[in-house]
Design a protein around this ligand. Sequence first.
Ligand SMILES: [Zn+2]
Length: 229
Amino acid sequence: MPARDAFVDLVLGGRCAGCDRPGVTLCDGCRGLLTRLTPFRAWPDPRPPGLPPPTASAPYADEVRRLVIAHKENARYALARPLGGVLATAVSSALGKRDGAWLCPVPSARATVRQRGHDPLRRITKAAVRALRRQGIDARIADALRVVRRPDDQAGLSAQRRTANLDGAFALRSRWAETLTDQPVVLVDDVITTGSTLAEACRALEIGGIPVLGCAVLAATRRYSASGS
Ligand SMILES: [Zn+2]
């Protein structure tokens, strides 16, 4: 456990970030829950054009939702490893029989990272890479996208407006173009809602000549349609 979390536990008396039970940052019950997730196809309804098949490890609710928020907003860094395991579950399902892939996280604007004091998705993606490598999957992180233009807050926008708001938000970092040519690339994010952010990130890679195999996310909001593949 990183010193900061140990310190927070000591001062605040310590509570599980998933279920609020007094004790450590992640109780055994919640930890066990994270290892028993069944990944599923999480197509948003409606599907944004150009979205590669999305795989999620869990619905964005209850313990998983609280853990994602505690890590992202409250800097409970000790959660990065278990959440990385959750993302690894989705990636491994998205890969099927393939034995390797580049994981490309949807980038955050620099100002957002500064505000939060860390880059939660990048931290989780690195933990997912380590988890996958322990399973014998040749996973690597590809910081291949950058934020060109910081979009307005997506909350409260319709799916159509989200797409317009995101148009041209991301671009491929040119030094990655050669590395990723003909390589399996999976886009990763923490949560899928309308899928418009992932679709736009995919578009930026494809404009750069990099096809995307699929998307893997920790969790999907309940807007997804269970039908179809
Ligand atoms: Zn718990």
